[in-house]
Design a protein around this ligand. Structure first.
Ligand SMILES: [Zn+2]
Length: 102
């Protein structure tokens, strides 16, 4: 319970971007080609262009669209600073929690 309360406080005090789909703080920025992004994200969420990586992944999975290989950098957005990270490896994961070669 206490964790949930803290989570709500954290979200309420977040001043950065909020995902248009799930309403959660958007901590991971990414760049995708516009055309690809629009093919994944339903049109109702296009305005403002803020869809978190988790929601993007959900939409892409539903539509069977491969987008991960188009990601080159991720940006972790903290309260005061942003960290840029390079994608160095992409591995498939099955639901048994084991990795599969791709
Ligand atoms: Zn989201």
């Amino acid at each position: 319970m206490a964790d949930n309360v803290r989570g709500r406080d954290r979200i309420r005090s977040w001043e950065g971007e909020v995902c248009k789909v799930c309403g959660q703080p958007n901590h991971f920025g990414y760049n995708l080609p516009d055309e690809l992004w629009r093919s994944i994200v339903p049109e109702e969420f296009w305005e403002g262009g803020i869809v978190c990586l988790g929601c993007l992944d959900w939409f892409a999975w539903q539509k069977g669209i491969e987008y991960l290989r188009h990601l080159d950098e991720l940006y972790y957005v903290g309260r005061d600073e942003t960290v840029t990270m390079h994608v160095i490896r992409i591995e498939g994961v099955d639901y048994g929690g084991q990795t599969v070669n791709s």
